[in-house]
Design a protein around this ligand. Structure first.
Ligand SMILES: C[S@@+](CC[C@H](N)C(=O)[O-])C[C@H]1O[C@@H](n2cnc3c(N)ncnc32)[C@H](O)[C@@H]1O
Length: 272
């Protein structure tokens, strides 16, 4: 097979397209772009990266850009990732919401949810916290991503049984059923707790009527440049309830003088 190589100009055209429309900065990731697209271009009979680029920008259906995003985003995630967040969620956030939210309407957003491990972990914590008292609470979790591929995996909720390893045995038992030798699926009761939607965080307007008690946007902003990230954090702030929280990934940070959120502890911010 003849490898299709990328010119400097082609590389920057793709980088700028992703950055302008999705905030994703792959300017240091030439190998990733080539590695993930080369085979696809070859199989689909594109002669060059330019031809593929033109096809993407000319395609008004949005399918081509979706395909590009699906190929280039990093969707790595796992159950109970960054346990410090879940400890804080259980010990501080959930008791606070259950004591103060008299309307029994809890609003949680997993922004950049990938294949669902994050929102399902949140849902298990919520279910475990409220137990029988959960009836009467509207505690549905909104989970969004730009990649349709990961959203459909998330909605199906089927995972390698070995990937459930980080979860407590009782949760593996209660919240999953074996589907075959290798796979388990999230039980329907829990799947119904999550609303999956395709949503690009770069949209100018967030179409949410009510503010959230907690926004999880972890390991999503890693490729965003500082200005894009600050703009997004500002929008999150506008969509957070007073007293609510923003969780980001532990390898990410927000400059304290760049945000109206108060720093609480690493990767946790609060709106006063
Ligand atoms: C590394 S995963 C993180 C998953 C999960 N939050 C976690 O921490 O394990 C990053 C996700 O962000 C999504 N993403 C990247 N840019 C986005 C954008 N502009 N709008 C919405 N989602 C985006 C990717 O598709 C990917 O699924």
């Amino acid at each position: 097979m003849n490898d299709i190589s990328i010119t400097e100009q082609e590389f920057w055209k793709i980088v700028n397209l992703l950055k302008d429309q999705y905030g994703i900065n792959l300017s240091q990731k030439k190998n990733l772009i080539v590695g993930r697209l080369q085979n696809y271009l070859h199989r689909s009979n594109f002669e060059s990266f330019s031809e593929f680029y033109d096809y993407v920008v000319d395609d008004k259906s949005g399918e081509a850009i979706t395909l590009l995003i699906n190929k280039l985003t990093t969707n790595y995630t796992y159950f109970l990732r960054e346990t410090e967040h879940f400890d804080f969620f259980k010990s501080t956030v959930l008791p606070h919401i259950s004591a103060t939210e008299t309307g029994k309407d809890m609003r949680i957003w997993s922004a950049g949810c990938s294949s669902g491990e994050e929102p399902y972990t949140i849902a298990m914590y919520v279910d475990d916290f409220f137990g029988r008292g959960k009836n009467g609470w509207d505690s549905k979790i909104l989970a969004t991503d730009i990649s349709e591929r990961v959203l459909s995996l998330a909605a199906e909720g089927k995972y390698l049984t070995e990937s459930l390893e980080p979860l407590p045995p009782a949760w593996r038992e209660n919240y999953f059923k074996r589907v075959d030798d290798e796979n388990s699926q999230v039980v329907e009761r829990l799947r119904r707790e999550i609303i999956y939607r395709k949503f690009n965080l770069m949209e100018n307007v967030f179409p949410f009527r009510k503010k959230f008690h907690i926004i999880w946007c972890r390991n999503v902003m890693i490729y965003f440049d500082a200005a894009t990230k600050n703009r997004l954090v500002d929008k999150f702030y506008e969509h957070t309830e007073p007293g609510g929280y923003l969780f980001i990934g532990h390898s990410e940070s927000i400059a304290r003088n760049e945000t109206r959120y108060q720093y609480v502890q690493p990767a946790i911010y609060r709106k006063d």
